[in-house]
Design a protein around this ligand. Structure first.
Ligand SMILES: Nc1ncnc2c1ncn2[C@@H]1O[C@H](COP(=O)(O)OP(=O)(O)OP(=O)(O)O)[C@@H](O)[C@H]1O
Ligand SMILES: [Mg+2]
Length: 370
């Protein structure tokens, strides 16, 4: 599935405009602060139902205007798909092939999208929640089941935490807790199983991309680190048993603190370079960026494998901070496959790109094909 045409009205610094994209490679070029990231944000908003930069839709409305509106026409060999979203802050309008829906969440998952932005350095450097967010966003796109399981897990966790808090204040009895613990363990173990299977599944392509971009100098490995005890096997029952054991071990502590101390909401990924160095601690900025990008490219492969269709790939400012070798390898990678939209301030970086590509210049919220 690729984005054929997008209409952007009063979104960020864009006045109403319509853009036709290449099904392969698209390059947005412009100086700082002109609207390159905004354009990628518009595509991401249409396909994910939210922005990667803000949770507040009012930030997205062009200053001085009352509403924004986006419309994307997507095409694959089997179907056409039209996604629309608008918000005037009193009402969100969402349409899929012309049919209205109530929530922006309905946009999610119809067109898969992998995004890389400079902020993704946080997947390596930031706290565990950044790595969980990364996993959850792409697993939900790779496995349609995952999103439901994950939401059910969080609902159970939320209820269980509320109950633990009341128990601490002596306002509830223990029987109620068991109901929510059961549900949390059941859904949470499935979340863990999906996540761990995925880390095994993408291991080889993750390392492959990182090695390619680092001239075979560095290997990259990513391990799933449970907050409780995890079995060596990828077996649901064994994961559930481990979850129960860890909860029992921490139950006094939980009661004292009033919230759940083990589970997928506290798990993490350990990202290692050359099988030894934890990248978060020892990696240089360029190595960390390479790893973050390799993680995203591995997700492209995963989604293509599970969905049978490659996702859109949005790469914001991907060339900055890479040395010339890494840039060259990255350029080679980009000339194959999936529809890609890249933003850059330096057009000469991309001069080596071969194959069908479409070039756009972006200046003061106006985008035009070269
Ligand atoms: N709601 C809004 N209304 C009007 N302008 C906005 C709004 N939100 C952001 N902008 C403007 O959009 C511009 C930033 O756009 P964007 O982040 O896309 O830049 P960019 O081309 O990616 O630049 P860089 O190369 O620095 O990353 C800024 O000038 C900012 O003031
Ligand atoms: Mg930008």
């Amino acid at each position: 599935m690729h984005l054929e045409k997008i209409k952007i009205c009063n979104f960020r610094n864009y006045s109403p405009s319509e853009v036709e994209l290449s099904p392969r490679l698209n390059i947005l070029c412009g100086k700082n602060g002109q609207g390159k990231t905004n354009f990628l944000e518009a595509i991401a908003f249409l396909t994910l139902g939210r922005s990667f930069r803000t949770r507040r839709d009012e930030d997205l409305i062009k200053a001085g205007e009352k509403e924004f509106y986006l419309k994307g026409k997507f095409r694959s060999s089997e179907e056409d798909l039209i996604l629309e979203v608008g918000n005037d802050l009193s009402r969100v309008v969402v349409k899929v092939n012309g049919l209205p829906y109530k929530s922006k969440r309905e946009l999610f998952g119809r067109v898969r999208t992998v995004i890389f932005t400079p902020d993704d350095l946080q997947i390596i450097k930031g706290g565990p929640e950044k790595r969980r967010e990364f996993l959850d966003l792409y697993l939900a796109q790779a496995y349609p089941d995952y999103r439901q399981i994950y939401l059910r897990f969080y609902r159970a966790l939320y209820q269980r935490n509320a109950l633990l808090k009341k128990l601490r204040e002596g306002r509830r009895d223990l029987n109620e807790l068991e109901v929510w613990t059961n549900r949390m363990v059941e859904e949470g173990s499935r979340v863990v199983l999906y996540r761990r299977q995925t880390m095994e599944e993408i291991g080889a392509s993750l390392n492959h991309y990182h090695q390619l971009m680092s001239n075979e100098q560095e290997t990259l490995h990513c391990l799933y680190k449970g907050s409780g005890s995890l079995p060596d096997t990828l077996d649901l029952t064994a994961i559930q048993e481990g979850f129960w054991r860890s909860l029992l071990r921490r139950s006094d502590d939980e009661r004292r603190r009033g919230y759940t101390l083990v589970g997928p909401h506290r798990d993490d990924l350990q990202i290692q370079m050359n099988q030894r160095w934890e990248l978060r601690v020892y990696g240089s900025q360029g190595q960390q960026r390479t790893a973050a990008l390799a993680l995203k490219l591995a997700m492209v492969d995963l989604i293509e494998k599970t969905q049978g269709k490659a996702p859109l790939l949005l790469l914001d400012d991907v060339f900055s901070e890479f040395d010339s070798d890494r840039k060259q390898e990255l350029l080679r990678l980009l000339t194959v496959g999936t529809q890609t939209v890249i933003s850059t301030t330096e057009l000469k970086t991309t001069a080596a790109l071969a194959g069908p590509l479409k070039l756009f210049s972006v200046a003061s919220g106006v985008i035009s094909a070269e």
